[in-house]
Ligand binder design. Structure first.
Ligand code: HEM
Length: 490
């Protein structure tokens, strides 16, 4: 946690927070009769400040769910209520069935107020601004509109496989490059250079900011928003200096590619992409000026969120796959045998082959289950007081879905849920290779991509591109530990 030592801003924040909590309690808080959900004992005034885990909170939340024998927990930190949901049923009941009131986002002071990360659909409060951005996204990103992304996906993948062949030791850079190249094609119709591409570098910088600032508890100012008033020169206020250095990064990253599409539209050279499709739908697209209309700003921001969302999460998912193949080589061999038998040696797998490759599909499911990309999803916020299973849920609580815990539940996923085992998704049958997907198991995509009205709008594209990358890598390469010059593997 940034600046976690007892320095002046923390002391000020703690004093102010205590005063707020004391005032809140004296004024009665909420007027409710039902009990709050169970959770670790709260200290007077401090609540659960000292219990809140600063690393891997999902593990602690799973332990608490077991200890209190409850799939709904309550914590309170600095006057903010946290509700942690630990079963699929609780998540579906609240975040999906009651999504009319559970679709807000908690306000992130560091990113929204100090860095000025505005226009990001991911962080927007639930309301009209969010709706206008989300609608644009969904117009293009639905399961039956794969023509928007498939051509870019395949082009980026071919370049990626070639790069892996030429320089396998740079696998990490190639992986990130694949995802950024893909999303730059989808969002802006741009073609990236194979090395040192400025848009790829810019994406990395933008993603570094959002991934570090989205981590729960990373910045104390998110827990104690009053800290935002401390001047940058104040001892211990390094978060303010960091915020200053991050200001403008998002705009500087997402504006140039948007303007390229606008200009290419005038010249008639723009390639099919999300931004072009949206601009063409405007009644009076004005392609000459740098001043953007409100509609154009919405398109620019939505494409920008796509650029941001598509670059980071997909890379993490593919790195998880590579890790799994290194740690569980038997799964890799089984998938390769299936690919050899069904596809043969002459071509790469394609989406039409998916149904004939149950083991590969199970391996893809297992990647999303075993090390889920967002273990606590992205926090939601409830807009009104509510109750569930006889418990009171206070208005404006931050609601966390413990996706990691749900996907590791042995009652649902069978024994050894901490191991990578694609066969947990399969049933023996009499077919050629003897496996079919178990139709009674809930696939992990409906859990690892979030819930209700805020569920990930890029999931069809993300899953399609992940399947194609994983099957093509398995069919083209063996993924093994690196070997040093003495022949010892790492
Ligand atoms: C493996 C890949 C991906 C994973 C695991 C993933 C996961 C998630 C999760 C967990 C959320 C939060 C959902 C919620 O609040 O309930 C989310 C939101 C979002 N994702 Fe993804 N995502 C992935 C890829 C993508 C891609 C490729 C795009 C863009 C093309 C994208 C765009 C977004 C956007 C815009 C939101 C915010 C939605 C909103 O707040 O209304 N994601 N994603």
């Amino acid at each position: 946690m940034e600046g976690a030592a007892l320095n002046p801003p923390i002391i000020i924040a703690v004093i102010l927070a205590l005063l707020f909590v004391a005032w809140h309690h004296r004024n009665g808080g909420s007027n409710h009769k039902l009990p709050l959900p169970p959770g670790p004992t709260k200290l007077p005034l401090l609540g659960n400040v000292l219990d809140m885990p600063s690393t891997f909170p999902w593990i602690k939340f799973s332990q608490w769910a077991e200890k209190f024998d409850s799939d709904i927990l309550h914590l309170e930190v600095a006057g903010v209520n946290y509700i942690v949901l630990s079963s699929y049923d609780a998540v579906a009941d609240l975040l999906e069935k009651r999504s009319g009131i559970y679709s807000g986002r908690p306000h992130l002071t560091m990113l929204c107020d100090l860095v000025g990360w505005s226009g990001d659909l991911l962080l927007m409060p639930y309301g009209n601004e969010w709706k206008s951005h989300r609608k644009l996204f969904q117009q293009e990103f639905h399961a039956s509109n794969s023509s928007l992304y498939l051509p870019h996906e395949k082009k980026a993948l071919r370049a990626f496989l070639k790069s892996l062949l030429d320089a396998p030791e740079e696998w990490r850079e190639h992986t990130q490059h694949l995802l950024v190249a893909n999303i730059l094609g989808v969002a802006y119709g741009l073609h990236v250079q194979s090395r040192n591409d400025p848009d790829v570098k810019a994406a990395k910088k933008m993603v570094d900011v959002i991934t570090s600032a989205l981590l729960p508890g990373e910045y104390l100012v998110d827990t104690f928003p009053v800290l935002k008033y401390i001047p940058s020169w104040f001892p211990g206020a390094s978060f303010k200096r960091k915020a200053d250095s991050w200001k403008g990064i998002r705009n500087a990253t997402i504006t140039p590619p948007f303007m390229k599409v606008k200009k290419a539209m005038v010249n008639g050279t723009a390639e099919d992409c999300f931004t072009l499709r949206c601009l063409q739908r405007l009644e009076r697209p004005d392609s000459r000026h740098d001043n953007l209309s409100v509609e154009e700003e919405i398109i620019k921001n939505t494409a920008g969120t796509m650029y941001e969302g598509g670059s980071d999460t997909g890379t993490t998912a593919l790195l998880t796959f590579i890790l799994a193949m290194l740690c569980f080589p038997c799964a890799q061999r089984e998938a390769q045998e299936e690919l050899d038998e069904v596809i043969g040696k002459e071509r790469l797998p394609d989406h039409e082959d998916e149904d004939f490759l149950p083991y590969v599909k199970a391996l893809v499911y297992e990647c999303f289950r075993w090390q889920t990309v967002a273990p606590l999803s992205i926090p939601h916020r409830v807009d009104t007081d509510d109750n569930y299973k006889g418990y009171f849920i206070p208005k404006h609580s931050t609601v966390l879905a413990n996706v990691w815990g749900i996907l590791r539940n042995e009652k649902t996923y069978g024994p050894n849920a901490h191991f990578f085992e694609p066969k947990r998704w399969l049933l023996k049958c009499s077919g050629q290779r003897g496996w079919k997907l178990n139709p009674d198991m809930r696939e992990p995509i409906s859990i690892s991509f979030g819930f209700g009205r805020r569920a990930c709008p890029g999931k069809h594209m993300a899953v399609s591109s992940f399947w194609l990358s994983v099957s093509s890598m398995l069919h083209s390469f063996n993924i093994t530990p690196a070997i040093d010059k003495d022949g010892t593997s790492y």
